[in-house]
Design a protein around this ligand. Structure first.
Ligand SMILES: [Zn+2]
Length: 137
């Protein structure tokens, strides 16, 4: 198992389109057709207006680092060889935030508000979003 592989995602009827998008390296996010609220993870009912009408929108794979944690203790034996690893939340727009690991970065370099791009890591059966610090120009 590579360093970017963790648990396989539990894919439901609601989240399948999101994970299918990840497989194509596209960030397909569910949007409420009534109130416009974006949501990750996808869900059957809009938590804002209770509508079940949705559409998919492709988000630009970039945003700002909202927060992050460095996991030093394995919460499960299967991730013992991964510690320490970073779990980050990135704001993609005003009202949607994505949870993704960060690799190949020194946690001391991370600052909330930093510019981040979302990339994808492929494994045999699925692809998962990963957050990376945006390259400085
Ligand atoms: Zn809604």
């Amino acid at each position: 198992m590579s360093m970017t592989e963790f648990f396989e995602p539990r894919i439901s009827a609601d989240t399948k389109a999101y994970w299918d998008g990840c497989r194509e390296h596209k960030l397909m996010v569910q949007k409420c057709k009534v109130c416009g609220r974006l949501r990750i993870p996808a869900s059957y009912v809009c938590q804002n207006c209770l509508s079940t009408e949705t559409e998919l929108v492709e988000m630009k794979p970039e945003g700002t680092l909202y927060s992050f944690v460095v996991m030093h203790r394995a919460f499960h034996p299967s991730v013992q060889d991964k510690v320490p690893y970073i779990v980050a939340t990135t704001d993609l727009s005003e009202d949607v935030r994505i949870l993704a690991n960060m690799f190949d970065v020194d946690p001391d370099e991370l600052k909330c508000g930093a510019e981040v791009t979302i990339d994808f890591a492929d494994s045999e059966t699925y692809s998962r979003p990963i957050a990376k610090l945006k390259e400085k120009k």
